[in-house]
Design a protein around this ligand. Structure first.
Ligand code: PSU
Ligand code: MN
Length: 315
């Protein structure tokens, strides 16, 4: 049976592995990675820190160890203390860092909230194979001119981690995002639905390229993929719970409004996703934030079940 590769000593020297996470990894027990951009740049305070604590609790309730990931003072943090979570939620010096930023933040000793891309990379370095987030980045609308395609897609193509998300927000071009994932050989699999979900909404209008019925099936897919030497990630899309969703017809005009406001401000690059999320919270009077928190918690529960099933397959 394959066992997770031990962490290379030169990587371990740059990493603070939380003792609880280290112990779980050592005995082959399941661990779920969690990102930190969603805390620092994805939600307002204090809902962000409450969400972060709550999501860790959901993972624990499922018998799995959570590992929230960030870079603090240049150290790769795998598993955070309550004070570190609070710092990420409040400190304005915390940068949003994706893969390209990671070596700079490490080398210069900065604070970084990790995106899906950089969290995947750090999780992989630590030997963690399953990761829960809210939504992944993708191909932005208008990317044919701006070239704004999230590094999350690049990382999904090359790093062996399963990302559980609520699909792709319609602030992005969902169709083009699915095309890029196909090109890169990344399975985009929806749990329990033949339609690919659109974050706040269960429906996107796009048929899911692939479907599984249960977390156990998802775990078998991971096992098969990596056993076959098919390196890279898996995007497991988990539709928002029915009672929390904002139907597409209702959220679409709000998203259009936020995109128009962003265009008027001339924002580009890494600022766009945080701006759009914040603006949609304002426009919806907080309803999108409630939906966002509900879907992250749901993803954490599913990720914990996938991680547990995957650990069982590893024997
Ligand atoms: N989607 C959300 N909330 C978030 C993000 C995405 O609903 O906070 C964050 C994630 O960390 C994701 C990042 O990796 O935004 C993507 O940013 P960009 O589009 O700049 O690659
Ligand atoms: Mn971008």
């Amino acid at each position: 049976m394959p066992t997770p590769a031990p962490i290379r000593p030169e990587v371990l020297a740059l990493m603070d592995l939380h003792p609880e996470v280290g112990a779980a990894l050592e005995r082959g027990a399941p661990v779920v990675a969690l990102e930190s951009t969603i805390i620092s740049h994805g939600m307002p305070y204090p809902q962000n820190v409450e969400m972060a604590r709550g999501v860790e609790a959901v993972v624990r309730e499922n018998g799995v160890t959570p590992a929230t990931i960030a870079v603090l003072g240049g150290r790769l943090k795998v598993g955070l203390t309550p004070n570190e979570l609070e710092l990420l939620a409040t400190d304005k010096n915390v940068q949003k860092i994706s893969t390209r930023d990671l070596p700079v933040t490490v080398a210069l000793g900065g604070h970084g909230a990790t995106t899906v891309a950089s969290t995947m990379r750090i999780a992989s370095l630590a030997g963690i194979r399953v990761f829960a987030t809210g939504g992944t980045g993708g191909v932005h609308r208008g990317a044919n001119e701006t070239m704004d395609i999230s590094a999350d897609l690049t990382e999904l193509a090359r790093t062996d981690v399963c990302v559980v998300s609520a699909g792709v927000k319609s602030i992005l071009d969902i169709g083009l995002t699915l095309e890029v994932l196909e090109t890169q050989g990344v399975p985009a699999i929806t749990l329990g639905s033949t339609e690919f979900p659109a974050f706040y909404s269960r429906q996107s209008g796009f048929t899911s390229p692939l479907t599984v019925a249960t977390p156990a099936e998802a775990a078998r897919v991971l096992h098969a993929k990596w056993t076959l030497g098919l390196t890279g990630g898996v995007l497991l899309a988990n539709p928002i719970p029915v009672e929390a969703e904002i139907p597409a017809a209702e959220i679409t005009p709000h998203i259009e409004q936020a995109l128009a406001d962003m265009a008027a401000l001339g924002l580009t690059g890494k600022e766009t996703t945080p701006y759009l999320l914040g603006r949609i919270v304002e426009i919806t009077g907080g309803r999108s934030l409630t939906a966002n928190i509900a879907l992250v918690r749901h993803n954490a529960a599913v990720a914990a079940r996938v991680a547990a099933e995957y650990a069982a397959l590893q024997g």
